[in-house]
Design a protein around this ligand. Sequence first.
Ligand SMILES: Cc1ncc(COP(=O)(O)O)c(C=O)c1O
Length: 413
Amino acid sequence: MNHTDLLNIAKTFGDPVYVYDSGKIISQFQRLTNAFGSVKKLKLNYAAKALSNVAILKLMNSLGSGLDTVSIQEVQLGLLAGFKPESIIFTPNGVSLEEIEEASKLGVRINIDNLSILEQFGSKHPNVPVCIRINPHVMAGGNSNISVGHIDSKFGISIHQIPHLLRIVEVTKMNINGIHMHTGSDILDIDVFLYASEILFETAKNFKNLDFIDFGSGFKVPYKEGDIETNVEELGKKLGSRFNEFCKEYGKELTLAFEPGKFLVSEAGHFLAKVNVVKQTTSTVFASIDSGFNHLIRPMLYGATHRIINISNPTGRERYYSVVGYICETDTFASNRRINEISEGDILCFKNAGAYCFTMASNYNSRFRPAEVLWHEGKAILIRERETFEDLVKHQIDVKDLFAQKKEKALAK
Ligand SMILES: Cc1ncc(COP(=O)(O)O)c(C=O)c1O
């Protein structure tokens, strides 16, 4: 997919628009699979939260991926996309017992991350196998919002609570078929994965009927120019051989599971937006685009950097711009960034727009959410229409003349 293809997509489907390259998703899936080639039973469960368009889920299903879900709605989207219930794992945090029971009724695998729900679920459904999310107390991840395996984190059952956990399992006679951890996103250092894995292996020895160990995710992908990424090949070699060794100790060929989001879809995504205004102030040149953090919140939420390319003028002289959105508060995508000369009407392409971009989009400022397009085998396929005014008011209830009298009184004054 080159710049001309992207410009044609913006022309055909309008802007702003998200574009996903299926080829990149497929090659990332294969890359991670190959990296763990030494492991007999490997299962990648795509983390649906990263990008949950049903077309993307169908693509993942066709690759043999499972699905990691965090809400009953993601479970339903997975089933709609054709995943078998047993290929879906439900890994929620802080949801009600009822939601977990609803997922269990649909036949998906259950991952529980707190002792209270574990005890309640185990007492009511001792025959349903359950995976346990462990908190290994490891500080990992690109920033505090996405570091989730440390001691102050709300996620997982503390490794210091294993005795309590074992008592619940013994009393309820429930069957623990998997153990799981996810310590954060954007983890560069593979030693962090290896260190946390040892904690998981130690924990696993407490459970005799495991089928799988799920190491979560958190692989870092390059965002900025010159960024380095998690070396999944080296991790595959080291963790793969350690895992095989552990399976021998354990006496059973277990499945090694991961639940990657970013690694599979981040780089496949491109967000295209038009420049409405080039505004020169006394200090800055602003390029204001026909979008805002309502469509792509990561820069404002996490301080994330997305590379921005002026695909309408990719060889123009480079100048410094602050790229901003139209939202009624600070809405900055990039400050003083060198970009090829921008004119009003140019199309800017935001890279790494596959993961946690559309799925975090909102209608703030009463704007429509953008269209989504899949680029597959040289063709652009619309996979979500741009919203319309009808979508904005669809679920609002018209109060008719409820305030008519009030208005009449106010006018009479
Ligand atoms: C439990 C769990 N698994 C997997 C992921 C996916 O992480 P990443 O997108 O870094 O691969 C997340 C991300 O928040 C998560 O919370």
